[in-house]
Write a protein that binds this ligand. Structure first.
Ligand code: GLY
Ligand code: MN
Length: 359
């Protein structure tokens, strides 16, 4: 079944007469288009890809399974969309309420005559959660590149190197290999490592610091997302304890993952292990998220998540402990759910590494 057919089946099941997709990741998934701005107008029986003149030529080669049309200045996007919507006699039109802004909605309401706009949530996201073999292969390659990158950056980890230098080394590695950093590299050392999203600063890495590196490759449109925490110099007893417990939490959650298990139960496994060492209170975020065309793709491993694990889903698994004034540890891997369990896609070592190596 094509992705468009999957969408149209969902429209039939949810009795949605027509939808205007505007979330670009969803548009890309349904149409094959790789540009940055477009819509798909779909009914259970029909679909059209709509974009602007910057992408007219690109759409001809990329867009599959549906005709395409584009507009050029001085026509406005809302006028162009209105022509297609009204031309098909659509009276009731779903819009993606989890991504359309209030101002866009107002613009559409003013432009689409005789059309009732109705919010539709979580239409394409759940379909995208189960990845095709091709998508998994794309993610696998992005994961392999992240592993190679970690292997490369280890060479430069020592006291005196700044967080920014480490981050740039990571970015440069990806750029030289036809990829980009999937998101701004997190290189957080010492007390900065207690900030879960501490992007790299000019701070110099010092003896005794935890160093958390969280990065990923975006390669051919697919992402990876890996975190490793290391120690510069000799780890303290407390650092070993905290690291060991986060690692146990991650290994136990990975062990629990298989089809049919609720996402919140996987999250709970990590929290239980951290609670054994009174560390659960320092774990403020969810255990993981979907991964694919987006770094934070649809789906959450979290206490309130209603997802159930199924083959083909790709997840990050990233417990963390962040203690203000002391530092933090996060360990993150990417996995794909298989028929019987999971396959881990990132393979960088997880025993507590200390740097510089071999001294
Ligand atoms: N790896 C950090 C995050 O997903 O936000
Ligand atoms: Mn992540």
């Amino acid at each position: 079944m094509t992705n468009l057919q999957k969408l149209q089946q969902a429209l039939r099941e949810r009795e949605i007469a027509a939808v205007l997709l505007s979330n670009i990741a969803n548009v890309q998934w349904v149409s094959g288009f790789s540009g940055s701005s477009a819509w798909v107008l779909a009914t259970p029986a029909d679909a059209v890809f709509l974009t602007d003149s910057r992408y007219t030529v690109q759409a001809k080669t990329e867009v599959k399974d549906m005709p395409s049309d584009s507009y050029a200045s001085p026509v406005l996007s809302a006028q162009f969309l209105a022509r297609h919507i009204e031309g098909r006699g659509i009276r009731l039109l779903g819009f993606e309420s989890d991504s359309v802004t209030v101002s866009t909605l107002k613009e559409w309401e003013a432009a689409f005559q005789g059309v009732q706009l109705t919010p539709v949530a979580e239409l394409v996201g759940p379909l995208r959660m189960v990845k095709s073999a091709e998508e998994i292969e794309g993610i696998r390659k992005a994961c392999a590149l992240a592993d190679q990158c970690f292997d490369n950056v280890r060479r430069i980890l020592r006291p005196g190197v700044s967080e920014l230098e480490v981050a740039i080394e990571i970015e440069f590695f990806f750029r030289k290999r036809g990829a980009t950093a999937a998101f701004p590299v997190i290189a957080a050392s010492g007390e900065n490592s207690a900030k879960p999203h501490g992007t790299a600063t000019e701070k110099v890495i010092e003896e005794g610091d935890f160093l958390t590196l969280d990065f990923g490759a975006c390669l051919n449109g697919f992402n990876s997302d890996i975190t490793r925490t290391v120690v510069i110099g000799e780890p303290s007893t407390r650092q070993r304890e905290v690291y060991g417990q986060v690692l146990q939490a991650q290994l136990a959650s990975l062990e629990a993952m298989k089809p049919g298990i609720p996402a919140k139960e996987v999250d709970a496994v990590a929290r239980r292990v951290l609670a054994e060492a009174d560390l659960a209170g320092y774990f403020g975020h969810g255990l993981g998220h979907g991964l694919g065309m987006l770094v934070h793709d649809f789906g959450r491993l979290a206490p309130t998540s209603e997802h159930v694990l199924a083959p083909g889903q790709v997840w990050t698994v990233e417990p963390g402990v962040y203690i203000e004034g002391f530092g933090g540890v996060r360990i993150e891997d990417d996995v794909v759910v298989t028929e019987s369990g999971i396959e881990t896609l990132t393979h960088s070592p997880k025993d507590l590494l200390t740097f510089p190596e071999g001294r």
